[in-house]
Design a binder for this molecule. Structure first.
Ligand SMILES: [Zn+2]
Length: 48
């Protein structure tokens, strides 16, 4: 599961595919994949 973040309003959304538009501001093309290794745990890429 990847996390995508809107560059415009900062809203985040989890999903397997890149959202075409932001669920918050409805802007298209602003959702960018966010690397969340640091925020999701120990930071060693074990996903726990
Ligand atoms: Zn947005």
């Amino acid at each position: 599961m990847a996390v995508f973040k809107c560059e415009k309003c900062g809203a985040t959304k989890e999903g397997r595919c890149k959202p075409k538009k932001c669920p918050e501001c409805a802007e298209t093309g602003t959702m960018q994949k966010k690397e969340d290794k640091q925020s999701s745990g120990c930071g060693c890429a074990c996903k726990k």
